[in-house]
Design a protein around this ligand. Structure first.
Ligand code: ZN
Length: 276
């Protein structure tokens, strides 16, 4: 990168297909603002059958290319939705997944987000565990990465990942553990993805984990429209703000933002096998 050129960032996890659902122009505006901020790649993540379909539809559409932004999709069943069962997701991946090797924009790169959420417990824990294990197997079967959501459920998360055997490429999305949980994730070979929470005042434990994470296992994400970083906290989030997450993470790690941007871009390419 030449001196003075703007930094490029990748939002490794967002849910902007909702904007696309309600108003195709909404997603276009969000993606154009991302492009203007230097975010030229994003991964749109599924949470249930319909949201996964929409993520794929947005990734395949001309909305990203028109703005100079490459868009990929993940297909999965969020733990909140686990009681619906994984049959529809399995079917969707069977039809859409499985481009071998590097994934061109517009393709499915991961299963997720899936995992365990014992904080809200919108689905019974048994159903969550079953859906999580099924999606780990699905990722391995299709050679896709796995995107994990875990909240108040570390022990069972590690237990299930351990007993199923984690896929070769696994992301712990919106990492909210401390140094001990970070170590266990890294020992499993997983990448840690940090969100706008690193900018929140009460997140010292997460910042500690972020500071200690090896540079080749680090990702940045927005989780838009949720979890807007400071100074936008409490407002709708969008991929353009991944630049703020990256800047905060660089500061925590005592690194120049350009190094952090380059490392996280390389890592997201490696974990999702992103191809041009
Ligand atoms: Zn998410």
């Amino acid at each position: 990168m030449s001196a003075g050129s703007p930094l490029r960032w990748t939002d490794s996890h967002c849910h902007i297909q909702d904007a696309y659902l309600d108003d195709p122009g909404g997603a276009e505006a969000v993606i154009r603002r991302a492009a203007a901020a230097g975010v030229d790649r994003l991964v749109c993540i599924g949470t249930a059958e319909e949201e996964s379909r929409q993520a794929v539809e947005l990734a395949r559409s001309e909305v990203g290319p028109r703005a100079g932004v490459a868009v990929w999709a993940a297909v999965g069943l969020h733990p909140h939705e686990a009681s619906h069962g994984v049959a529809a997701i399995t079917d969707l991946v069977g039809r859409l997944g499985g481009v071998p090797g590097r994934k061109p924009p517009g393709t499915v790169v991961a299963i997720g987000e899936c995992g365990l959420d014992y904080h809200y417990e919108h689905s019974p824990r048994d159903a969550q565990r079953e859906a999580f294990a099924a999606q780990i197997l699905l990722a391995k079967q299709h050679g896709l990465a796995l995107v994990v959501h875990t909240r108040d459920a570390w022990d069972d998360t590690f237990e299930i990942l351990g007993s199923c055997g984690p896929p070769e490429r696994t992301v712990i999305h919106c990492f909210t553990g401390g140094a001990a949980e970070a170590r266990r994730c890294l020992d499993l070979g997983a990448y840690l993805s940090f969100s706008g929470i690193v900018t929140f005042k009460n997140a010292d434990g997460i910042r500690e984990a972020a500071a200690a994470c090896p540079a080749d296992r680090l990702l940045v994400e927005t989780d838009a429209p949720f979890l807007a970083p400071a100074p936008h906290r409490g407002k709708p989030n969008e991929p353009a703000y991944v630049t703020l997450v990256g800047a905060a993470l660089a500061e925590v790690r005592g690194e120049p933002p350009e190094d952090l941007a380059a490392a996280t871009n390389a890592n997201v390419s490696a974990v999702f096998l992103l191809g041009a």
